[in-house]
Design a binder for this molecule. Sequence first.
Ligand code: FES
Ligand code: FES
Length: 155
Amino acid sequence: MQITVVVNGREYVRDVEPRLLLVHFLRDHLGLTGTHWGCDTSNCGVCVVHLDGVPVKSCTVLAVMADGQDVRTVEGLAAGPELDPVQQGFVACHGLQCGFCTSGMMMTARWLLDTVADPSDEDIRAALAGQLCRCTGYENIVRSIRHAAALEAGS
Ligand code: FES
Ligand code: FES
């Protein structure tokens, strides 16, 4: 099937098999390997991207379901050399160790800050409830997102 998808502001027209998952479309067809693939069972959340502004696990979405829609991946967070506040927060607060979960965490964090201006720790933990990190114990991820919120608030 032919699909047209706008990814990080750029339009792609591709022929894909109907069974192709969005995560594989992004990684293998477009070369956007910042979106990771971890579990195959919809548990880990390393594959989170935005589909029309809403975070989704891209291993549970068929590429054909993204036809005509906007996708944003971790590669679309920074504006040129300027890191997104979420990325700045993860750098400043050591929000990662191995980094495998990080792109998914940051995409959910970006959606949260677009939705809730000043999220509480409970809001942050609730938003990340569908995602796993085997390294950090989550504390620094929560701190990173709080830091990003403060950057956006100008404090
Ligand atoms: Fe684990 Fe998508 S790869 S939830
Ligand atoms: Fe290693 Fe989260 S930083 S899994």
